[in-house]
Design a protein around this ligand. Structure first.
Ligand SMILES: [Ca+2]
Length: 486
């Protein structure tokens, strides 16, 4: 029964039949925007991700559901949109709202896979013990992956969260300038830094699990701030050769709360509350690129191990960045917006038996589609609760029309009023409606036309000729926001 549905779905999807259960390697990268060689960025040194792209599909219009770590990852790993997970911040664990939801790794665990994870997958401190058959391991732990101490660590973390009503304490954000420097060209080796330690454990875990069907999540924490990487990766990017990214102005006519004050970056000691100088901005861009290349190298180590063990032909690989990043685009830093730079995210999939390789797919894909797609590609029927659609047909036919729209959202508090910004991206336009939280009352709108205005420089929401299209998109937002937040 299982085998027939597995082969049947592969044939239907254009993937060739495989001899046994397909392993899953899910690679998460924190804050990595889709600015890599395989996305057309020739100034970025990303040979390992580019090599993966040559064996798979690069999605150029993939969108996260909320451009910040835990809400995005929780949505992706549960297959549910933020208005269903109710996770909009970095403090609340989804088990407080969704005690019985089966996560993506948990789904594979229930289907006979050994599941394990290491590095940043769920947000820091918000791991989900029941997802794993071998507990999650983080680079902050002294003990090795799959040790008795790692089991104890996972159990204690969950007990603390339960006792605290599934809320993580002590993670409420820092004051401007209160942290160390925003970047550092480190004398430590690649292997000594946290992502190197994660790669080392992933390599050991692949060796240990090579003979059984596994689902392994590996999460890398750079290029998240602070931008720390070995010096050799900074040397790839001479400061005087750095070109600053596009369009440092806010869109004309956007409401004042659509952007941010780049508060996350401002918590670092060399930044603070004042103006960020052009020299500092250039340093930050260089350091972000250095961290991008460092993570690329760590991903390469894990993929090399997959090849060394002969597992590549029986392991699907899905790589994502948990959201985009403003690298001074619109004069903003970090994520935390509904703009294209924050919501458009990195997604690459490489499947055994994939007939079309090295393709770019510009059909719309949402991160909520990743769960059902991985399940489907493994020959499993995704849970009915999944709110996304499978993108597996796009792997064999990247020119196929994808879904009609991608939806993102971001909460704001402005002058004491709680708002939710709902954003809908179709093939050409984006409508963002800032609604009073828990209502359909719209207090501000933004409308961008990427065909005419790829930099999102002008808000067209008041143009009479566009009102019919805006009304149609607004109705679709209302359907997606069917469970508004309270
Ligand atoms: Ca992130």
């Amino acid at each position: 029964m299982y085998r027939r549905s597995f082969l049947g779905s592969l044939v239907a999807s254009g993937l060739a039949p495989a001899a046994s259960k397909m392993n899953v390697l899910l690679i998460a990268v924190d804050d990595l925007r889709p600015e890599l060689g395989c996305y057309g960025a020739k100034h970025i040194h990303s040979p390992n991700i580019d090599a993966l792209a040559r064996r798979g599909t690069v999605f150029t219009k993939a969108y996260c559901q909320q451009a910040v770590c835990s809400p995005s990852r929780t949505s992706l790993l549960t297959g549910l949109r933020p208005d269903t997970t109710r996770i909009y911040d970095l403090q609340h664990h989804f088990r407080g709202t969704l005690p019985t939801t089966v996560t993506l790794p948990e789904f594979f665990k229930q289907n006979g896979y050994t599941t394990t994870g290491m590095g940043k997958l769920f947000h820091d401190g918000l791991d989900d013990t029941q997802s794993w058959s071998i507990p999650w391991w983080g680079p902050g732990q002294k003990q090795k992956w799959n040790s008795p101490e790692a089991f104890d660590h996972a159990r204690q973390l969950t007990e603390r969260l339960k006792a605290n009503n599934w809320i993580l304490s002590g993670n409420a954000g820092a004051e401007p300038g209160s942290r160390g420097p925003s970047w550092q060209s480190s004398e430590l080796s690649a292997e000594e830094l946290p992502d190197g330690r994660t790669a080392t454990q992933a390599i050991a875990a692949l060796e240990a699990l090579k003979d059984q069907p596994f689902f392994m999540g590996v999460g890398f924490s750079k290029p998240h701030l602070p931008f720390i990487a070995p010096k050799s990766f900074f040397d790839l990017y001479p400061l005087d050769k750095i070109e600053m990214p596009d369009y440092p102005e806010p869109p004309q006519g956007a409401p004042p709360f659509a952007g941010t004050n780049s508060g996350e970056l401002r918590t670092y000691g060399d930044i603070g509350a004042g103006k960020i100088s052009p020299d500092k901005a250039r340093e930050l861009v260089r350091a972000y690129y250095a961290c991008t290349s460092y993570t690329d190298a760590m991903i390469g180590k894990v993929l090399n191990q997959l090849d060394r063990l002969g597992l590549r032909n029986n392991t699907m690989i899905v790589l994502f960045g948990d959201h985009g990043w403003h690298l001074n685009n619109h004069g903003l830093w970090n994520k935390h917006t509904n703009y294209e730079k924050a919501t458009n995210s990195l997604l690459i999939a490489s499947m055994p038996g994939q007939q079309q390789r090295g393709t770019k797919c510009s059909s719309l894909v949402e991160f909520v589609d990743i769960y059902p797609s991985i399940a489907k590609a493994a020959g499993l029927k995704p849970p009915a609760s999944c709110q996304g659609e499978t993108f597996v047909p796009l792997l064999s036919d990247p020119r196929r029309k994808g879904k009609a729209a991608a939806f993102s959202q971001y909460p704001r508090t402005y002058q004491g009023q709680k708002l939710m910004g709902y954003s809908m991206r179709d093939a050409r336009f984006r409508l963002t409606e800032w609604r009073k939280l828990g209502t359909t009352e719209v207090v501000a709108k933004e409308f961008y036309d990427y065909q005419q205005d790829p930099n999102e420089s002008l808000n067209h929401a008041d143009k009479p000729a566009l009102q019919a299209h805006i009304a149609s998109m607004s109705a679709q937002i209302t359907r997606i926001a069917a469970r508004p937040a309270d």
